[in-house]
Design a protein around this ligand. Structure first.
Ligand code: MRU
Length: 400
């Protein structure tokens, strides 16, 4: 299984995901500026993976700045954090990881370390973030497997796989967990216009692992659901607001609406580093707008007229009410999300009460699921829309 971010001595190596599946080329980043550029240009992409890269970017800045005095050293680290955080605004993992490595520098300095030792602590912290992400994804897979019936046909959008993380993946981690549990699973991969993460990356990654995958265009998902050919949906996330609203790759919202229309469970798999308590709901999530050329060209070939006006929001927000359950490394989390996601972060009591209030509001506006047009699996009846228990792992009893 591929790990797209490698720590190599005193530099960072990134698998250039722009070139997949045609070629496997690795890019070496020796300073923070080259990490910023790699994140902006999508050499490395996927919320947890850009978090790991950003952490390493701060550590590289710390190393480069460690020859100066303490003030210059701190300034170099702060400047790198600002540049990395600005590189892509939506995925919260990026800012979380960059600030965590900067905090490791501060702690080292406060404990009397010289800049060189503080820089070494930064590199160790970045490695720790990488290791934690890999471990979290394997736990997500172990928990998420419970949601996947044997023989399931699972739709996913974008690439929330090994390529988008330190390894193993979140949504594809759930798939890998189910496969490791001996289940037969077929993945239906949305191509994911405009950047084609599904066609280029998910299809390639699953093929590498010998997991059956069927590629469709985004516009085919609804038809397959209506024909009873999708049993459940699992996607990743770039940021999950405190109330459970989810920012993920553009097109995710459409899939969630379709899943609700057909009574198909819609699961979101993400590490707790993607949970953002400081963002109350989806309206406060910054949505990155990317260059028009991603829409007007495919593989460098122009497909739209010159001068055309283009919109290219890279992410959308799926309201919490459309999410059947979240899977994190801590377990499976059901509504009311303000409470159960807070619990996943170890926050209880007063936050829990706030969560109940938000959930009560949300329940009033939650539409009843429409009966499934599909025949088949009993997974279709698990829409999770009605005040389900907080089923952190251990309590979880999934019935198919
Ligand atoms: O623009 P990208 O390719 O970085 O977007 C990635 C996604 O939206 C993923 O679904 C998300 O980051 C989850 S990755 C585990």
């Amino acid at each position: 299984m591929i790990e797209p971010v490698r720590f190599a001595g005193d530099s960072l190596e990134l698998l250039d995901q722009r070139l997949l599946p045609a070629e496997e080329t690795w890019i070496t980043c020796s300073d923070a500026a080259s990490v910023v550029e790699a994140i902006k240009t999508m050499v490395v992409r996927g919320a947890p993976a850009i978090g790991v890269a950003a952490g390493a970017g701060v550590a590289l800045a710390a190393r480069a700045g460690s020859g100066g005095g303490p003030d210059a050293f701190r300034a170099a680290v702060a400047e790198a954090v600002d540049a990395l955080v600005a590189a892509r605004p939506t995925a919260v993992n990026l800012a979380w990881a960059a600030r965590r490595v900067a905090a490791a520098v501060d702690t080292a300095l406060e404990n009397g370390a010289l800049p060189g030792d503080a820089a070494a602590a930064a590199w160790a912290e970045a490695l720790e973030i990488r290791d934690e992400d890999l471990a979290a994804n394997k736990d997500i897979g172990r928990h998420g497997s419970m949601l996947v019936p044997d023989g399931a046909r699972v739709l996913t959008h974008c690439n929330a796989g090994a390529l988008a993380t330190a390894g193993y993946g979140t949504a594809l981690g759930v798939i890998r967990g189910a496969v490791e549990d001996g289940k037969k699973v077929t993945v239906i991969a949305d191509e994911t216009r405009p950047f084609l993460q599904g066609a280029r990356l998910t299809a390639w990654e699953l093929q590498q692992d010998g997991i059956p995958v069927v590629l469709i265009t985004d516009s085919m998902a609804g038809a397959l659901m209506a024909r009873g050919e999708i049993d459940l949906v699992v996607v990743g996330a770039d940021r999950i607001a405190a109330n459970g609203d989810v920012a993920n790759k553009i097109g995710t919202y459409s899939v969630a609406v379709l899943a609700r229309r057909h009574g198909i469970p819609f699961y979101v798999a993400a590490p707790t580093s993607t949970l953002d308590r400081d963002t109350p709901d989806g309206r406060a999530i910054p949505i990155e707008e990317r260059d028009a050329s991603e829409v007007t060209t495919i593989g460098g070939v122009r497909i739209a007229p010159e001068g055309i006006t283009v919109r290219n929001p890279a992410f959308d927000v799926t309201p919490a009410e459309l999410v059947t359950a979240f899977v994190t490394e801590k377990g499976i989390h059901r509504p009311p999300y303000a409470r159960t996601l807070a619990r996943a972060l170890g926050i209880v009591e007063d936050e829990a009460q706030a969560g109940d209030a938000v959930a009560a509001e949300g329940a009033a506006s939650t539409p009843a699921p429409v009966a499934s047009a599909s025949s088949s699996t009993s997974a279709n009846v698990d829409d999770g829309s009605e005040g389900a228990e907080d089923a952190d792992i251990g309590d979880e009893q999934e019935m198919f």
